[in-house]
Design a protein around this ligand. Sequence first.
Ligand code: UT7
Length: 333
Amino acid sequence: MREKQFNAAITGLGMYVPDKIYDNAYFEKIVDTSDEWIRTRTGIKERRILENGGTSVLATKAAEDLLKSKKMSAEEIDVIIVATVTPDMFFPATACLVQHNIGAKNAWGFDLSAACSGFLFGYQTACSFVESGDYKKVLLIGADKMSSITDYSDRNNCILFGDAGAAVLIEPTEDKNYGLQNSLLKIDGSGLDYLHMKGGGSLNPPTHETVDKNMHIIYQEGKAVFKFAVKGMADISYEIMKKNNLTADDIAYLVPHQANLRIIGATAERMGISMDKVMINIDKYGNTTAATIPSCLVEYYRSGKLKKGDKLILASFGAGWTWGACYLIWSME
Ligand code: UT7
């Protein structure tokens, strides 16, 4: 195994959400639901919807926001990773589209498919590139246009999802007290039955029949997913605390994937962490899949709540199953 040369730290942040809002009142008009049901069962009040363009729009605008706030040139970027389950197209990769849009002419890159754990899996991957000394500036973007695969006649699912993109820059640091400390990441394909998209891939290529059978949208058995998610995310978050000998007092923030406020609450409870130490933005954006965790980081940092030296646990659970937790120490002033 190659020696770790550096620690890998997040040194830049950016995000983008479209202006168009679907609030709970909108869903009261299109399906049999209520604001009260949605808020109490999920914690969601509104979501953002991208009307024109694909996920590359969300990813590009998040990257541009990062470059602007960091005052850096896209030409400095070595690698671009886009975590997404809603790429503009099967190929080319959305990372290629972002590379072209921002003019990152010295970068290579790729898309990473791990659903709601996309950001965490991308984070571990990006950090490994940097820790090895092979690359100095890795742009990791979590972006999903969930509205493109949501069935707006199905009240079980349509109220849950929204569109967003968020980006982090990962660079080496000599100081081992900052950046990613370690991760616990898992996949288990037995989750297939409960959460997937049936059509469009090589198993069921698009035909009139797949369209007629409504196979190009998210299929989710909500109740079953809920049970797996509560156990999966709470267990792994607790495990990473134990692995690092952390108590609840040591942790500044839990940064959970935002799928349901009740899943988040159960995870915090298992860790012994109070809800004021949990990053939350599900109320504003719903479940934006790969963008939930990085968008929380951006918003809490920009509002002054996330500070240098803060110890964070990032945690996720999603389709696959894919799940995991990362322990990091925040290094941005
Ligand atoms: O990010 C990827 C991972 N995904 C998740 O983590 C999502 C996990 N699942 C969930 O968040 C929850 O299961 C849901 C929010 C999807 C559903 O909440 P629930 O408390 O599990 O509700 P349920 O599915 O058990 O449904 C309870 C009732 C049902 O009616 P009956 O059968 O009791 O008469 C549903 O038909 O609520 C009904 N229902 C609704 N009612 C009003 C389902 N959706 C709605 C709705 N408005 N939008």
